[in-house]
Design a protein around this ligand. Structure first.
Ligand SMILES: Cc1cc2nc3c(=O)[nH]c(=O)nc-3n(C[C@H](O)[C@H](O)[C@H](O)COP(=O)(O)OP(=O)(O)OC[C@H]3O[C@@H](n4cnc5c(N)ncnc54)[C@H](O)[C@@H]3O)c2cc1C
Length: 282
């Protein structure tokens, strides 16, 4: 019966309809998380092999306080001279396979409608990879046109209850990366006959650079330059801030102004398709 249900889910996904699959242990005191863990990855494997993984949101639901606990207080493995905890081991497998985890959970009831997750349960893995419209397969929404799945800055309310929630930035650099990726996919699909997009570019695995001018002048000009990676914080890959500390950087000063000045002319030159514009990196 479970196999029939999985086959039906795969058929629905093939028709382009997103599906959320929650697999795990339902009761807060039950045991044998290993079996739930195994079945989660069996299903995940099946989805990947069927080529429909991108449209599925696979969730491992567990009563474990920490992943890898398995009701046994966790384990420590010595491997190749390194000590690894079962928590790291489990978290890394989940990340590698694009499976989201809800831990410390007990199911009280199951509703027919999918509920919207609270802010803290959203992860970088929720972000779209191909920008293909799930219903209109020949429609792609890139740059400022695509609807982010969730806020990156924590949504808040004013004392009067007005929602104050900055939307995620879809700035020039990521918009350009998405555009090039979709362009390649269109070529592969139209000319190469690919049934689905062959390239992906999630904002959860993409960097951005911004330059904000703060005064002009050859010697006294100032600008604020900043880079971030990834745009959508990924606490699993970068515990703490969710971003790489080497690729997330900011500088204010004359050098940043020089960069801003140079980019200004390079962009205009490229936009006009003046001789040799193709040589300028996009
Ligand atoms: C002052 C300023 C500074 C910025 N600095 C940076 C920076 O340093 N780094 C960075 O990465 N990003 C920066 N950005 C952001 C960046 O410019 C935008 O995020 C980016 O251009 C979005 O790209 P897009 O292609 O999605 O949309 P857009 O560039 O807005 O393109 C949309 C296009 O659609 C056209 N259009 C709209 N309606 C229609 C219609 N009905 N029919 C046909 N065409 C239509 C518009 O004319 C426009 O050409 C800055 C933006 C501003 C305003």
């Amino acid at each position: 019966m479970a196999a029939d249900t999985v086959a039906a889910v795969v058929a629905t996904l093939r028709a382009g309809q997103r599906q959320r699959l929650v697999i795990g242990v339902g009761h807060g005191t039950c045991t044998c998380e290993g079996a739930a863990f195994e079945y989660t990855f069996d299903v995940e494997h099946e989805l990947r092999m069927s080529g429909v993984h991108d449209l599925a949101d696979v969730v491992y639901l567990t009563n474990e306080y920490e992943l890898g606990d398995v009701g046994a207080g966790g384990m420590t493995f010595d491997q190749n001279g390194f000590t690894t905890s079962s928590r790291m081991w489990t978290e890394s497998l989940l990340r590698e396979r694009g499976v989201r985890a809800i831990q410390q959970a007990h199911v009280h009831r199951v509703d027919a409608d999918c509920t919207v997750e609270p802010f803290d349960e959203w992860t970088a893995e929720h972000w779209p990879r191909t920008y293909q419209n799930p219903l209109g397969r020949n429609i792609f929404g890139i740059g400022i046109a695509f609807a982010p799945p969730h806020a990156i800055s924590r949504p808040r309310k004013s004392p009067r209850g007005t929602v104050i929630a900055p939307a995620p930035p879809r700035t020039g650099m990521p918009s350009g990366v998405m555009g090039r990726m979709v362009e390649r996919n269109l070529v592969d699909m139209i000319q190469g006959g690919a049934a689905a997009p062959t390239h992906s570019a999630s904002m959860g695995a993409m960097g951005a650079a911004c330059n904000a001018s703060a005064g002009t002048g050859l010697r006294r000009g100032t600008a604020a330059a900043m880079t971030m990676y990834p745009i959508v914080p990924d606490l699993r890959r970068y515990p703490g801030t969710g971003r790489s500390s080497t690729d997330t950087y900011g500088e204010i000063g004359l050098a940043a102004h020089g960069t801003e000045h140079m980019l200004h002319y390079l962009f205009l030159y490229q936009a006009k398709a003046s001789p040799g514009w193709q040589l300028i990196p996009r």
